[in-house]
Ligand binder design. Structure first.
Ligand SMILES: [Zn+2]
Length: 303
């Protein structure tokens, strides 16, 4: 057991269910080939390398993750671009069978900076329809591709009656932004920045040692637990389904499972806890854009 650190700040301490000091969200973004298809939306290159790297996810990686979670008896939140579900119709039923949450993640993994408001709305509505058609259930959560949001997107999440968004990082526990419950994420605990290596000179970050990343993630999880926050881990089917990364996640889950006062829950359950507990309304912020600094710059326009 680790004592919780209380920090004097304008915000109260976040309250977790009785007996719990922190929460852990295991989230999987089942991107498969869809971001590649989005990047090449006007013409797919005559090459198989990257496609096969990514096809490993829905063929093998996803099922290794499901098996791992079943062995530890934990439920996760899976965010699936609708195109991945459309082209691999076995995915959503397998997630449901495991008792996991299924959330929205764009139709074609649309990158926010590359689409207009109407396209975002169309993708969200079409994804909802496809998920309902394939599962008979309506998802309650949204996670934006590449974790970018706009004020319009928050309004649409609210308009469609979704319970939460999970794309932003303004606190390290749930909060509300423009009235939408936010289940925060963090880049430091996303597998993509460490292991997303596709070759061909396109990679933005060097490949990292799994050992070093595991030590970092364990350190972050222990520290978040001390502060009484939410530890959100984000992995991808085609990245963390590889053998050694499953072994790495197993060590992480072993540590978390041994900490009795750490609550492992889906984002839907965490959002429901937020909305029905004393936390509701205590961490409400506005996401509006600030005025540009321009006119206030020093030493200009004073001649
Ligand atoms: Zn994604």
């Amino acid at each position: 057991m680790t004592d919780r650190l209380t920090v004097k700040s304008p915000w109260p301490a976040y309250e977790w269910p009785a007996g719990k000091q922190s929460a852990t969200l295991l989230s999987v973004d089942v991107d498969a080939c869809v971001p590649y298809m989005w990047a090449h939306r006007d013409g797919v290159p005559n090459r198989l390398g990257t496609l096969e790297i990514r096809r490993f996810g829905p063929r093998t990686g996803l099922y290794r993750l499901l098996d791992l979670f079943a062995r530890y008896g934990v439920k996760a939140s899976f965010y699936v671009p609708a195109h991945a579900a459309e082209t691999n119709p076995e995915i959503l039923p397998a997630l449901l069978e495991g008792g996991h949450e299924i959330g929205l993640h764009g139709y074609f993994h649309e990158i926010v900076a590359e689409v207009a408001d109407e396209e975002f709305t169309g993708a969200l509505e079409a994804s909802l329809d496809l998920f309902v058609a394939q599962t008979g259930r309506r998802p309650v959560g949204f996670r934006s591709p590449a974790w970018e949001m706009t004020p319009h997107m928050l309004r649409e999440v609210a308009r469609l009656g979704l319970s939460y968004d999970s794309s932003l990082s303004g606190f390290d526990h749930p909060y509300e932004i423009d009235g939408v419950v936010e289940i925060p994420v963090q880049w430091a605990t996303d597998d993509a920045i460490f292991f997303k290596f596709e070759g061909g000179g396109r990679d933005k970050w060097p490949y990292q040692s799994g050992r070093a990343v595991l030590q970092d993630w364990l350190a972050e999880w222990r520290a978040v637990h001390r502060f009484g926050g939410l530890f959100t881990l984000t992995v991808h089917d085609w990245i963390s389904g590889r053998a050694q990364r499953i072994a790495l996640l197993e060590e992480l889950l072993e540590a978390i499972a041994g900490q009795g006062d750490a609550w492992v829950a889906t984002a839907a359950d965490i959002a429901a806890h937020h909305a029905t507990s004393a936390n509701a309304g205590r961490f409400a912020v506005q996401g509006g854009l600030p005025d540009p600094i321009g006119p206030r710059r020093f030493g200009r326009d004073h001649g």
